[in-house]
Design a protein around this ligand. Structure first.
Ligand code: KG4
Ligand code: ZN
Length: 364
């Protein structure tokens, strides 16, 4: 296919930027035909975090089996109904990105298809467009919209007035929200990744009065989460009767009840700041829709807080189901469809871009 509007609308997408090896087939930027994800969570649990070389080797090990599974589930044999191959070009880990890019380039070349580079962060936003194979049709996100992206490496708010147009409203000045969850989870002795572990631990909190600070950043749309780590350390040290500096980095043993209360207080602070700023951004910009993406969007307390606040303001919220909030290739297939239709192409020299930013305009 060379014409920008011709084709079946079927995009084969590859994602390997971090610790999930994923291949998907998506139709018209929306309907998932196949979506296969091999997670390395168990592999990285032993080290309490991702070791880049270990992640890249695991991508090499799993890329072909994941591709074969996706092709078989989508019933693709002769590739004639695939319009383009989309792939995450960044941001992410260099070695991990390289595996996916090499796979996608080879597939595009062998089958004579266009190669379409996609920004991983844009993928997290476009997850809001996806429909599962047997899900009922529902209206697409309407512009103008506000997108909150909260992942392990990024936290930012953008306004979109149309497809692929992003205006940056604010971003974290230090840690990403997911990073804060992971670090505090580790401090509390919870398993990796910290996000889901903190969410589950918080459900058991008997007392909900442990106050964690909120960084409002002078009422801008910027975020800061590094102070929460310090606050969590102070609380844990106080509880154990030691100096904060004397604490082990991980594996402190606190009673379950304290872990639950600290998890609750920390999560409440993160959710409060994320939801308040998102709702205010939506109100001020006259948004019709709020979309939330990235691993932290799998957090049910955050989802509920934004949904309820938006409903009260007559704004629709679209948060993908948890499995589409965390890394997957279907979201790359959704964004890749719009990039393909916009005529964007990657050549045989397409390189991994570990620090790629979303192409955004500064606030007007
Ligand atoms: O988007 P993602 O899968 O990978 C990146 O692109 O970073 O996000 C992973 C992050 C991790 O920090 C993880 O702790 C967090 O998402 N996360 C959660 C939840 N599920 C995953 N954070 C809070 N609550 C959750 N339920
Ligand atoms: Zn991600």
């Amino acid at each position: 296919m060379t014409g920008a509007s011709a084709g079946s609308g079927r995009i084969l997408a590859v994602e390997s930027s971090c610790d999930e090896t994923a291949v998907a087939v998506v139709e018209n930027g929306r309907r998932i035909v196949a979506n296969v994800v091999a997670s390395q969570v168990a592999l990285h649990g032993a080290t309490g975090g991702i070791v880049p070389e270990v992640a890249a080797r695991a991508h090499l090990r799993w890329m072909i089996p994941v591709l074969e599974e996706a092709l078989s589930r989508a019933g693709i044999e002769d590739w004639s109904d695939v319009e383009a191959v989309a792939v995450t070009e960044g941001p992410g880990l260099a070695g991990s990105l390289l595996v996916g890019i090499t796979m996608a380039k080879t597939l595009a070349w062998v089958h004579g298809l266009p190669l379409v580079p996609v920004n991983h962060l844009e993928g997290h936003i476009y997850a809001a467009w996806l429909l599962d194979p047997d899900e009922e049709e529902k209206p697409e996100p309407e512009f103008p919209l506000i997108a909150l992206v909260v992942s392990g490496g990024h936290t930012f708010l953008v306004e979109m007035k149309d497809h692929l147009q992003y205006r940056l409203l604010g971003q974290t000045v230090d840690d990403a929200a997911g990073e804060a969850f992971d670090k505090v989870g580790r401090l509390l002795g919870l398993p990796y990744p910290g996000g889901p572990a903190i969410m589950h631990a918080a459900e058991g909190a008997q007392h909900r009065d442990r106050a964690f600070p909120r960084a409002w950043m002078n009422d801008t749309f910027d975020f800061s989460f590094s102070g929460l780590k310090t606050a969590a350390r102070r609380e844990v040290a106080l509880e154990l009767g030691v100096e904060p500096n004397a604490l082990a980095v991980n594996g402190v043993s606190l009673p379950d009840s304290s872990v639950a209360e600290l998890a609750y207080g920390f999560q409440d602070s993160v959710v409060d700041v994320l939801s308040s700023k998102t709702l205010r951004a939506a109100e001020e910009s006259g948004a019709r829709t709020i979309v939330v993406g990235g691993g932290v969007a799998a957090n049910s307390v955050l989802r509920r807080r934004i949904e309820e606040g938006a409903a009260a303001r007559g704004i629709r919220t679209l948060v993908p189901r948890p499995g589409l909030c965390t890394d997957n290739a279907a979201m790359i297939g959704a964004a890749g469809f719009y990039r393909a239709r916009a005529g964007e192409r990657g050549g045989s020299d397409l390189a991994a871009k570990p620090s790629l930013k979303l192409a955004v305009a500064p606030p007007a």
